[in-house]
Design a protein around this ligand. Structure first.
Ligand SMILES: Cc1ncc(COP(=O)(O)O)c(C=O)c1O
Length: 454
């Protein structure tokens, strides 16, 4: 049983019940299970109002990189907010934005030379899509009025981003009449990431997928402004780890057909896959790169879309040429968020953040090896610090009926045992802050094994 809340939370939850609309939530569920009041964050833990602490096993939607309330991030935030909290970024510039660009650029593929700021992952994607479309027009390419994307992808919730997300799932299907034209490419999951892989027939399946990719570009290549993909792993799509060879082929086909390649590293960036960016592991450099989430270490919303000099060049012109990129947000390049992002990047330089991520990856391999022994677990797999598996009903070997709300119930039960997990469909995963001690991951795996056995 959860520890009861202090009485003052009854009034606060009444406000929530009366007036608040939570994200990604059928609000009726909160009649039985009210939202969990959280009052603090400390390292890898969230502190709940009932006095309990839970391991933030999903980094609060993959944002929190160095742990909650990291002193260097907090002090950067306080110092910058006191000096210059925010200033409009059209016609002005400021030190935190420039320091951020200077710190980040050497860590990115060398062809990415131009940074455009926005607020969150979805807007970073919107910017990339609009930039790609406008750049194609302004380099004289007419008729490129569609995008390419991977089936099962997720790029955010604004309409442009929804349009290049997975069309078949419930979120996208509803909005179909409003969306961009998008052609979708299937890629297989990569069994080599699995802890107990069945590689029979894999070379043939990989080759068939490559042929499918070639055929896709033969059919659609001349109509695409850009192709967008999450490199190596489709996170919200259910931690689908896909083959690096296909990303390399995607790059080659984009080049061959004059299509810009947008890599969405909103979730995968900043060490999550064991390298600073996931695309480093494939040698692929995109034309446009989307970053957010871990950019500020998970403290404040901020995002960036990085572009090549060639793309930037297509927007260059006389003030009245009509070639400018007319896009921006009130909080573009928020100075406080930029300062926190600088502090987060400084940690990568001053502390063994990536080495810790590799150690965390080792712990994740062990944790999912433990989990894989449970009869409810299939397809345990790991990429860098991200561990995932598929949950089935051990009696049938099939996925749980959606009606059973197994994932939601596991989420709530795990909270009572000091662990925040939030399965996506039948995918159970862990993606904790990079500095989480390996012993905590072992404990998390033991907790999950216990809960799956109940
Ligand atoms: C790959 C990817 N792109 C874009 C987004 C959207 O980011 P935001 O929720 O900050 O708008 C997400 C969010 O999970 C994501 O995983």
């Amino acid at each position: 049983m959860p520890t009861p809340l202090p009485p003052d939370w009854n009034d606060r939850l009444a406000i929530d019940r009366a007036h608040v609309w939570h994200p990604f939530t059928q609000m009726q569920i909160h009649e039985a299970d009210p939202p969990v009041p959280v009052v603090g964050g400390e390292g890898s833990d969230l502190l709940l109002a009932n006095g309990e602490r839970v391991l933030d096993g999903i980094s609060s939607w993959w944002t929190c990189l160095h742990g909650h309330g990291h002193p260097r991030l907090v002090s950067a935030l306080e110092r910058q907010a006191a000096k210059l909290d925010h200033a409009m970024f059209a016609g002005f510039t400021h030190e935190p934005a420039l320091e951020l660009v200077a710190r980040l650029r050497p860590k990115l593929p060398a062809n990415l030379t131009r940074a455009f700021f926005s607020d969150d992952g979805s807007t970073a994607v919107e910017v990339a899509l609009k930039m790609a479309f406008q750049a194609q027009l302004q380099r004289g390419e007419r008729g490129r009025d569609r995008f390419g994307a991977l089936r099962g992808g997720y790029h955010g919730d604004t309409l442009g981003a929804v349009g290049v997300g997975e069309l078949e799932n419930f979120m996208t299907g509803l909005f179909r009449p409003l969306l961009l034209a998008c052609e979708r490419l299937d890629v297989p999951e990569d069994p080599r990431r699995e802890l107990h892989p069945d590689l029979a027939g894999w070379p043939e399946r990989l080759e068939a997928a490559r042929q499918g990719l070639l055929a896709f570009f033969t059919s659609h290549g001349e109509r695409l402004a850009a192709f967008i993909a999450e490199p190596l792993i489709q996170c919200a799509g259910g931690m689908r780890m896909w083959p690096p060879e296909l990303l390399q082929e995607l790059r080659a086909q984009c080049d061959a057909h004059g299509v810009y390649l947008i890599l969405d590293e909103v979730a995968t960036g900043f060490g999550r896959t064991g390298t600073f960016l996931a695309c480093e592991q494939t040698g692929v450099a995109p034309d446009l790169l989307c970053l957010s989430k871990g950019l500020t270490g998970g403290t404040l919303p901020l995002s960036m879309t990085w572009a090549t000099e060639a793309i930037y060049g297509h927007f260059w012109g006389e003030p009245t040429s009509g070639r400018a990129f007319l896009h921006g947000h009130s909080y573009t390049a928020n100075a406080t968020a930029c300062a926190v992002a600088c502090a987060s990047l400084a940690l990568f330089d001053d502390e063994p953040v990536l080495a810790n991520a590799v150690a965390l990856g080792g712990a994740m391999q062990q944790a999912f090896t433990t989990l894989a022994t449970h009869p409810a677990v299939r397809q345990a797999r790991v990429l860098g610090t991200i561990g995932a598996c598929r949950l089935v009903d051990p009696a049938t070997g099939l996925a749980h009926e959606p009606r059973a709300r197994f994932g939601w119930r596991l989420h709530r039960r795990a909270l009572d045992h000091g662990l925040l997990v939030r399965p996506i469909g039948d995918c159970l995963y862990l993606m904790p802050p990079l500095g989480t001690p390996p012993a905590r991951i072992r404990e998390a795996a033991e907790t999950l094994v216990q809960l799956l056995s109940e």
